[in-house]
Design a protein around this ligand. Structure first.
Ligand code: MN
Length: 204
């Protein structure tokens, strides 16, 4: 099948209202249809610009263009992962199981310790960015990561298992400036099955 060659907004696996009260319908709808869409528009505009410049043999400011492209592509990819690793309030949340829980216990000592470290990482991201649980291909270790803005260029080595958006646009409608309360709510809507499947896929 011919691929579209441009980025497209993915549909969510749940309704906008399903993540409340951890994330309100209004907050999620705005985040998905406006913010996520804006990164898609930004990345597609650059791809079109590159297509045009190449067709016309025109000069391109590679440094500026590639930086902007990585920002928008990072925003696109991270939001896709984020929506996927969330699930309906009441169904998601709780504790992970399977190989994910085993690996968390091996690396962090306990789920409680992991949760505390991840929350601290999310709460201390400077300005706009993300907290992520990753797995290092080199050591096999689970590692926490803070991602500045949306730019991360280490995907191939550090595979992203779970991400949390801590940009203000992710929580300001619901929590104003109280990021810690938003991060606390996140734990009630984590889709552990998805996170576990991502890890299992890497271990195959
Ligand atoms: Mn966002």
């Amino acid at each position: 099948m011919e691929q579209p060659r441009f980025y497209q907004l993915p549909e969510l696996e749940y309704d906008y209202k399903d993540l409340a009260p951890a994330m309100s319908e209004e907050q999620l709808r705005l985040h998905h249809t406006k913010h996520h869409q804006a990164y898609i528009n930004g990345a597609n505009a650059i791809l079109e610009k590159l297509d045009k410049a190449r067709k016309e043999s025109a000069e391109v400011d590679q440094k500026a263009v590639l930086k902007e492209l990585s920002f928008h592509e990072g925003g696109f990819v991270l939001h896709n992962l984020f929506w996927e690793n969330l699930g309906p309030h009441g169904k998601a949340g709780g504790k992970p199981s399977g190989v994910l829980l085993e690996e968390i216990n091996r690396e962090f000592g306990s789920f409680e310790r992991f949760k505390a470290e991840f929350s601290k990482a999310a709460n201390s991201v400077e300005g706009s960015g993300w907290a992520a649980l990753t797995r290092c291909r080199g050591t096999g270790r689970l590692l926490l990561m803070q991602i500045e803005k949306h730019n991360v260029n280490v995907f191939p080595h550090y595979r992203l298992l779970m991400v949390l958006d801590v940009w203000e646009h992710a929580y300001y409608l619901d929590y104003k400036n109280d990021r810690a309360k938003y991060v606390e709510g996140f734990w009630s809507i984590v889709n552990w099955d998805v996170v576990n499947k991502r890890l299992e896929a890497l271990l195959k």
